[in-house]
Design a protein around this ligand. Structure first.
Ligand SMILES: Nc1ncnc2c1ncn2[C@@H]1O[C@H](COP(=O)(O)OP(=O)(O)OP(=O)(O)O)[C@@H](O)[C@H]1O
Ligand SMILES: Nc1ccn([C@@H]2O[C@H](COP(=O)(O)O)[C@@H](O)[C@H]2O)c(=O)n1
Length: 226
């Protein structure tokens, strides 16, 4: 592969393992685009909730899956997400959306719609892209040049999240993220999973900077091999 060919990097893993922080920094450092696919599933969930769709009813979700227009920015310095023209970057992080997103993202019609969107964004990235999520290496971009699967102990992940949500109860935070991972891993359609050819990086005892350096090195090695 020529060095001018766009490089496609897939970063997957459970909640709180550092996918977003790592992906944004790696993309910024290497001049690549960045796509947060979790934000897209959160955006469609936000739309369902806002429009009174019962998120416990898969057939209602399936019937509405094609309705919202979701646009994702791919600048790692200022990731953006809009639904029908509204900036939803804040609302999609609220607890109500977080608690419902696994149910919405398990619906096959939702996954088909969002996967098409993700593939078209990745195909139009001129220098390349870092795409982070749960099924990028296995389903969305199975031919990615580099696949990374980030892990970390539930305790480390809960501590990181509690640090973000100031004052949040550590035990409740741990239970919530373990529950969401279980739902994401056990759904029938493209569950959270490590691709066979992904490099697994356990971030439990690594600083964010160490993880970023590790991934940058892996991307540079791939580019040098071309
Ligand atoms: N190696 C690390 N050491 C310490 N803190 C970290 C590390 N990696 C990420 N963090 C912190 O952990 C929190 C969660 O990270 P991040 O949002 O990147 O995880 P994520 O895998 O994208 O989570 P989610 O899937 O829930 O969106 C952030 O506050 C981030 O700064
Ligand atoms: N490729 C993906 C990415 C995300 N999801 C679902 O979205 C939820 C939110 O993801 P965050 O990364 O923002 O925490 C996640 O729990 C999954 O339900 C997905 O299915 N596939």
């Amino acid at each position: 592969m020529e060095s001018s060919t766009p490089v496609i990097v897939a970063i997957d893993g459970p909640s709180g393992t550092g996918k977003s922080s790592t992906s944004k920094a790696v993309a910024a450092q290497l001049g690549l685009s960045y796509l947060d696919t979790g934000a897209q599933y959160r955006a469609i969930t936000w739309w369902m909730v806002t429009n009174g769709i019962d998120t416990a009813d898969p057939s209602a979700i399936a019937a509405a899956a094609g309705k919202p227009e979701i646009l994702s920015g791919t600048d790692p310095e200022k990731p953006a997400i809009t639904v029908d023209g509204f900036d939803v970057a804040g609302p999609i992080r609220e607890q109500d959306v977080t608690s419902k997103v696994s149910a919405v993202s398990a619906v096959p019609e939702v996954r088909t719609r969002i996967t098409e969107l993700q593939r078209s964004i990745a195909a139009s990235a001129v220098t390349g892209i870092v795409v982070e999520g749960r099924d990028i290496g296995t389903t969305v971009l199975p031919d990615a040049d580099l696949k990374i699967f980030l892990t970390a102990s539930p305790e480390a992940r809960a501590a990181r999240r509690s640090g973000e949500l100031k004052g949040a109860d550590l035990h409740a935070t741990r239970e919530a993220l373990v529950k969401r991972d279980a739902a994401d891993s056990s759904r029938k359609t493209s569950p959270l999973a490590k691709a066979d050819d992904a490099v697994e990086v356990d971030t439990t005892d690594l600083t964010l900077q160490q993880v970023i350096e590790c991934v940058v090195t892996l991307v540079e090695e791939k580019r040098a091999d071309r």
